[in-house]
Design a protein around this ligand. Structure first.
Ligand SMILES: C[S@@+](CC[C@H](N)C(=O)[O-])C[C@H]1O[C@@H](n2cnc3c(N)ncnc32)[C@H](O)[C@@H]1O
Ligand code: SF4
Length: 360
């Protein structure tokens, strides 16, 4: 069975019986809330999705990642503009406190990731998955570079915890390209880790997690899209592949200049209203909560002392929603440089090449 799920800027193609899970009433109710939250501007009393950055440590340096870019320029790194220079792991007790609140307030999804970090470096990632699943959150998912699955039986522990989905960021089916993009990672090790993960899942007879392998499409790898699907779907047997848009920060700044020129000349008819303030919050490894997944703007407060509901319904979030409605992203302080507003202008990839989401 193949199911196609359309997201705002992406499509997701799922290749097997897991598509049936997406017909589960609890899952459908959460997806309905996700759609309506933005369409109807109905943000409710709690976000639908919580993005949890469990760490900002990483073991590799991908060429396109903001983390790598910031590390190459210590002034940028220290400025804290894109990235928190203090490297940390999220405290497990604080995580539990926040997830407990979410479970009481109908939270739909917990995304365990790194805000520019590698979540599998957190020693309690499997416990975090298990905890959120144990409280009945309908969509518990994680993102990983798959470099560490062979260590300390991590792959096995993740399989036992059974997140609903896991996304492996791989970027290329070719060793040379892969190692040029994902600097410090070993192609053979990563492909072997994913192969073992999928085989072991099959051996255990597990339905979850849905395994998706994803590439950020850039000049270096754009010719490898078909081979990517052949290797990971046809040969290894993952459940889905994803192709996501490359955000080139310099190019986006140039586009922003053009956009501002167009606005001054009256050539712009619409502006980008962001969906995040209606759908999701980010809990960082530091315990601080942000209204946005990108960068360090829009800090709302500290999860140790303030409930997420208070933050979600608070004055700052109202200001952000109102400002986006009236002035769009380019007229909202802290959002002017955001690449998401330019995404609609970009041609991602042809319809024939299976396009998947980046985890939304
Ligand atoms: C920042 S990583 C964090 C999780 C984990 N370390 C990983 O690599 O999957 C989250 C996702 O962002 C993607 N990413 C990194 N830099 C990007 C860029 N410039 N444009 C688009 N996606 C990017 C990564 O490939 C990954 O899939
Ligand atoms: S593995 Fe993830 S966090 Fe680490 S450098 Fe690559 S994209 Fe960034």
């Amino acid at each position: 069975m193949v199911q196609v799920i359309e997201h705002e800027h992406q499509k997701e193609i799922i290749f097997n019986e897991l598509a049936a899970y997406h017909k589960n009433p609890q899952y459908l109710a959460y997806r309905k809330r996700w759609d309506e939250a933005f369409k109807e501007r109905d943000y409710g009393s709690f976000p639908v999705n919580l993005d949890v950055s469990v760490t900002n440590h990483c073991n590799i340096s991908c060429q396109m990642c903001t983390r790598t870019i910031a590390r190459q320029d210590m002034d940028l790194w220290d400025s804290g503009k894109f990235f928190d220079p203090k490297l940390e792991y999220l405290d497990f007790e604080l995580y539990k406190k926040v997830i407990n609140e979410g479970a009481e307030k109908n939270l739909g999804a917990v995304h365990l990731t790194g805000h520019d970090g590698e979540p599998t470096m957190h020693p309690r990632l499997p416990d975090m998955i298990e905890y959120a699943k144990g409280l009945g959150i309908p969509d518990v998912y994680t993102h990983s570079n798959a470099t560490l699955l062979h260590k300390k039986k991590l792959g096995e522990r993740i399989l036992q915890a059974q997140p609903h989905r896991i996304v492996f960021s791989v970027d290329s089916p070719v060793k040379e390209t892969y190692e040029k993009i994902r600097v410090g990672a070993d192609y053979d090790r990563v492909v072997g880790n994913i192969r073992n993960f999928v085989e072991r899942k099959r051996e255990l007879g597990l339905i979850f997690p849905l395994v998706k392998v994803q590439m950020v499409v850039m000049k270096d790898n754009e010719s490898e899209v078909t081979r990517f699907k052949q290797l990971f779907v046809d040969d290894i047997g993952v459940d889905a592949v994803g192709y996501s848009e490359y955000l080139d920060y310099q190019e986006l700044n140039d586009k922003r200049e053009h956009r501002i020129d167009a606005a001054i000349q009256g050539g712009m008819t619409d502006d980008y209203v962001c969906d995040y303030p209606y759908r999701r919050l980010r809990l960082d490894q530091s315990g601080l909560v942000y209204a946005c997944l990108v960068g360090m703007a829009h800090k709302l407060g500290d999860a140790r002392t303030t409930s997420l509901e208070q933050m979600w319904k608070g004055e700052y979030m109202q200001f952000l929603r109102n400002s986006h409605m009236r002035f769009g992203a380019s007229g909202t302080g802290g959002c002017e440089d955001c690449g998401r507003q330019f995404r609609r202008e970009q041609e991602l990839i042809s319809e024939d090449d299976l396009i998947c989401s980046s985890g939304e």
